[in-house]
Design a protein around this ligand. Sequence first.
Ligand code: ADP
Ligand code: MG
Length: 492
Amino acid sequence: MGTAVVDNKNLIEGATGDWEVVIGLEVHAQVTSKSKLFSGASTEFGGEPNAHVSLVDAAMPGMLPVINEECVAQAVRTGLGLKAEINHVSVFARKNYFYPDLPQGYQISQFDKPIVGEGEVLLDMKDGSTITIGIERLHLEQDAGKSLHDQHPDFSFVDLNRSGVALMEIVSKPDMRSAEQARAYVTKLRTILRYLGTCDGNMEEGSMRADVNVSVRRPGEALGIRTETKNVNSIRFIGQTIEHEAVRQVDILEDGGEIHQETRLFDPKTGKTRAMRSKEEAHDYRYFPCPDLLPLEIDDEYIEELAKHLPELPDQKKDRLMSEYGLSAYDANILVASRANADFFEKVANGRDAKLAVNWVMGDLSAHANAKGVAIAEAGVTADQLGGIIDLISNGTISGKIAKDVLEIIMEEGGDPAEIVKARGLMQVSDSGEIEAIIDEIIKANPKQVEEVRDKPKAIGWFVGQVMQKTKGKANPGMVNALLREKLDLGE
Ligand code: ADP
Ligand code: MG
């Protein structure tokens, strides 16, 4: 299954020669589900501490976990979205360790028999290349609770609201070769999860976080020793972790030192990583099959049923937008990065000139959205309103220039484009008599420019500008050009 294309531009230049960075990510994604993995307690974010804790989540003696079927379905859907092997038999295992926010004294996870096996994620890079990142496996596990150290001067408190919430751990192969690729991978993975509706991808709320494995090697050599930076919770921080780790490791190796396999922490304040614990201090988790749960068995019929109801995914949508509307790969990539934006575009393009729709959505609207720092679909105009503006351009009622004004009016005040154009008298002047009169006047008043344009036909732009100024931008531009050429004797 897919190994990344090694892009030679990604090499790091050291004092003693080139180095290659190797990255593998373990992404923890909270499963979208109303209740927890093994209990009926709510998964709602932001409740009062310990408001969503069942006896199972609090690990009261004698409580038994019961698998939540929706979480299983979500994991299978995700596996299908990652074009991965779905395992018909998987096993929940106890991962034993002590932590105050882990009341069971173990986490129920999956170890050697995960629910999902090998898959892949395609990345469209900025330079136009497409690379494939392999997925090693996806397994289901419980989240832990949270220790609160800032509530009391003498005590720490424990909030078990997250205890038992279902997580998918999605483990990539060591296929990434730069911070840029890793950022693109997490972005794409998040988009796929959001399309599938299996994780909301809100990294600020902790719904997605990554363990970042980084090593360096001489190009062509075997994999180097890696460090693992835990729980990095933003795409930017993941990039910073890699950039910092790569340089740190190269410096150590070039000074004749060795990299130790260790767990590190990223500090957002400094942009650096620091050691947390070494391999020698690593936990021995003593994994063993959880005696409270039977192996999880799923059959082909179940998988096929879920596959049948999967939504169109970003890669398919991209291909379809390109073939159906003639979008460039670049524009299609931008649109499919968010399902809401792609849907918005399709609603605007519906039954209209696709080229105009693309230009307006990717041009003016996208610029407004960027300026406001919001998504295209949230820029303050509905698809129907933008579609209405495009209709007015297509049927010659307004010029493209006036359309920009109408768009701004709608973003400020709302309203129906056709009514706004009518009420404000913004209709394009396509009355040739009216335009001719204006042109005659301009020609008469500017003999010098008339002389000039005969030698330099490009200077016609100046005349067009004058007509537009006099008509407040409402003259039909095609008509203005044709009439000017005729009257200035410039030929076709
Ligand atoms: P563990 O459970 O100890 O973290 P895994 O075998 O599950 O070990 O690997 C964890 C992650 O580390 C995977 O994403 C894998 O791609 C990545 N990885 C493994 N070896 C290397 C390496 N030499 N350099 C960078 N990443 C690596
Ligand atoms: Mg790991």
